[in-house]
Design a protein around this ligand. Structure first.
Ligand code: PMP
Length: 405
């Protein structure tokens, strides 16, 4: 066994009983290469991070240039740093006009934490609403919003005052009242197998928030940066959030999160008390540089539209009948397999066959398709073909086992 594998097993804390264990040597474009020089087609982009795949030259060059200028110089919010202001300006161009200010943090979880604090601070209300099967991060505040009793039970006591509503269910919206500071929602619930709320649901949600004064927080950490065929992922529902959360692809492969809101709201964190939220590395110049370079390529190469075009390729692919349904939008898709399917097992078989896919936190019967937005059609088709063969072969094997053949 390679020394690094042994060290991984002994010294790195595990997050799951059976890690994927791909021993990465390098990564380029839509391929990962292991230390045995084996290539794998990356159909998940490090869980919706690598919008441009791996090692895009525009991003690498921008990072190199910034490396020569400066790295960390001060905690967030004090010094004027070109990468931060340029990225903020560009991101805000994609947001509703009322949203004119960005607070950069390090991750999606921290963005959630900040938004929870902000909502309580500006409304002085005690409750927060979130939805079943939602995922907003793993820190204590974000975990309090998670739509899974099993995750919550393990880590009690969590933050009090969280109301969980059924997603996409209009009758639940009455639970949003004048004591609710904010409602956190994903336009596409990625970890629920890419479930999409209806336009009607989102419109009613927005109306209820306006009526009660609750802030509408859209978590676009996974759907954003064009992955779902619009910039943030909520646009097709016609709503206007008060706060947008971003992370994952935002940093172009480096850690970065952001909370976007009206300056009038965000400035509340700067007084009573001053420094109401502080972060040492939030908005790191390298991360903002990589994010900005990524955004420029997304724009130049029309990758938001590409996400839609490639969704069609995935949907029209001749899948075996075991793929019952494909949910999601753009290049954030879930192959829904028969209930009871062991998708983690399938995903291991796919890895052996040279394709990286994954399952979802709340759906272990679905496989994840979230390749780089710029994946060439040919590589995408090749990856889908291998995946289809794995699904078909494994289901056939299972059938034989069940029949004792
Ligand atoms: N929100 C959503 C919708 C996410 O998908 C994730 C990450 N899977 C997060 C928040 C948390 O982001 P991070 O892992 O960067 O803390």
């Amino acid at each position: 066994m390679h020394r690094h594998v042994k060290l991984f097993q002994h010294h790195l804390a595990p997050t799951s009983p059976e890690p994927m264990m791909l021993h990465v040597a390098r990564a380029k474009g839509s391929y990962l290469v292991d230390i045995h020089n084996r290539r794998y087609i990356d159909l998940i982009s490090g869980i919706s991070v690598g919008a441009l795949g791996h090692g895009h030259p525009a991003v690498a060059n921008a990072i190199r240039r910034q490396l020569r200028r400066h790295l960390h110089v001060m905690v967030y919010g004090e010094f004027v740093q070109a990468p931060q202001v340029q990225l903020a300006e560009r991101l805000l161009a994609y947001s509703p006009p009322e949203i004119n200010c960005v607070y950069f943090v390090n991750s999606g979880s921290e963005a959630t934490e900040l938004a929870m604090k902000l909502a309580k601070r500006v409304t002085a209300r005690p409750h927060i609403a979130a939805f079943g099967q939602a995922y907003h991060g793993s820190t204590q505040g974000a975990l309090s919003l998670i739509g899974s009793p099993c995750f919550q039970e393990a880590f009690r006591p969590l933050i009090p005052g969280v109301r969980h509503l059924k997603y996409n269910d209009l009758s639940e919206l009455a639970k949003i009242d004048r004591t609710v500071a904010a409602v956190f929602v994903e336009a596409i619930q990625a970890e629920a197998g890419c479930r999409i709320g209806s336009v009607e649901f989102f419109q009613a949600l927005q109306a209820r928030c306006r009526e009660t004064g609750a802030l509408l927080v859209v978590d676009a950490c996974q759907t954003g940066m064009g992955r779902t065929g619009t910039f943030w992922g909520y646009e097709s529902s016609g709503i206007q959030p008060d706060i947008i959360l971003s992370a994952k692809a935002l940093g172009g492969g480096l850690p970065l999160g952001a909370v976007l809101a009206a300056r009038d709201l965000l400035k509340e964190l700067s007084h009573r008390p001053a420094l109401g939220h502080i972060t040492t590395f939030g908005g790191h110049p390298l991360s903002c540089t990589a994010g900005l370079a990524t955004l420029k390529v997304i724009e130049k190469e029309g990758l938001v539209q590409e996400a839609i075009r490639k969704e069609t390729i995935v949907r029209h692919f001749p899948w075996p009948p075991e793929v019952r349904e494909i949910q999601g939008r753009g290049l954030l898709l879930a192959l829904h397999l028969p209930l009871g399917t062991n998708a983690p097992h399938l995903s291991r078989l796919a890895q052996e066959a040279g394709v990286i896919t994954d399952w979802f936190l709340f759906r272990s019967d679905c496989l994840r398709i979230a390749p780089p937005l710029n994946i060439p059609d040919k590589i995408l088709m090749k990856g889908l073909k291998i995946l289809a063969q794995v699904i078909q072969k494994e289901t056939h094997n299972q059938y034989k086992m069940e029949k004792g053949i």
